[in-house]
Design a protein around this ligand. Structure first.
Ligand code: NDP
Length: 243
């Protein structure tokens, strides 16, 4: 295995869903993994070898940076940052508590900016590295009850593309992986039982959501290319998901 193939991978939001599946995949292929989330017990329960599990809120730049530095002290310079942590709280704008807009913007936008800056600080002098931002089909098109959430995910697409342009000359890849509905804990943060019921009904109508494994396969496709190949964006969804 080459040095690059063994480089440490930072995964935010590794305590559940897509992030936990990514952590397992990268660990199984021999990468040290630096796993960040607020629920430390869930990170540790993965019981992955060569893993540094740290309780970090991605909105806290200082704590996030210190965690990545601790990971680099343990395993060496990071090769990849996967900004996966996210929050979805669905509602019509009229009915939504503005605190929910702020929470989503903080995690989905500022958390991603934090992760990108930390990664670039480490990667640019070494002139290599990969940043993969997990966005959403809701970063490409709109859906009912998604006003604030689509705002955050459209931002992830825009920021990632602009950042890609900014750091391309430093040989740093910036990519977006944007899934449609995936079966995870994400919907559980929505506070309206009615909105949750409507979303579940829609999911049933398309034969269920993607398995996180399908998103992992897309991320691995992006990641496992040679450093000279940047897959800029992957959008994937259940075939029956027309929206
Ligand atoms: P989960 O709710 O299962 O996972 C979200 C993860 O984000 C958790 O590990 C959670 O950890 C972490 N997280 C949330 N807030 C913070 C924070 N402030 N600091 C650190 N970690 C945080 O959902 P998914 O696996 O589905 O979500 C992963 C990504 O995929 C998100 O960006 C989401 O928007 C995106 N996505 C998901 C889709 C879906 O249908 N599920 C569709 C399209 C995109 P903890 O609570 O322990 O901090």
């Amino acid at each position: 295995m080459s040095e690059a193939a063994r480089a440490p991978v930072v995964i935010t939001g590794a305590s559940s869903g897509i992030g936990a599946a990514l952590a397992t995949s990268f660990s199984e292929s021999g990468h040290p993994v630096i796993l960040l989330a607020r629920r430390l017990d869930r990170l540790e329960a993965l019981e992955l070898p060569n893993a540094l599990c740290l309780k970090v809120d991605v909105t806290d730049l200082v704590a996030f940076k210190a965690a990545v530095q601790a990971g680099e002290e343990a395993f060496g310079p990071i090769g990849t940052m996967i900004n996966n942590a996210g929050l979805m709280q669905l509602s019509t704008l009229q009915d939504q508590d503005p605190a929910e807009w702020k929470a989503m913007l903080d995690v989905n936008v500022l958390g991603v900016l934090n992760g990108c800056q930390i990664a670039i600080d480490s990667m640019s002098a070494r002139r290599t590295g990969t940043i993969i931002n997990v966005s959403s089909v809701a970063g490409r098109k709109t859906f009912p009850n998604h006003v604030a959430y689509v705002g955050t995910k459209f931002a992830v697409h825009a920021m990632s593309e602009n950042l890609r342009e900014e750091v391309a000359a430093d040989n740093i890849r910036v990519s977006v992986v944007a899934p449609g509905a995936v079966e995870t804990e994400l919907l559980g943060h929505t506070n309206s039982a009615e909105v949750i019921a409507g979303y579940e009904k829609w999911k049933d109508s398309i034969g269920g959501a993607l398995d996180p494994a399908s998103v992992v396969a897309a991320v691995r496709f992006v990641h496992d290319q040679p450093q000279s190949v940047c897959i800029r964006e992957v959008v994937l969804a259940n075939t029956l998901q027309s929206a």
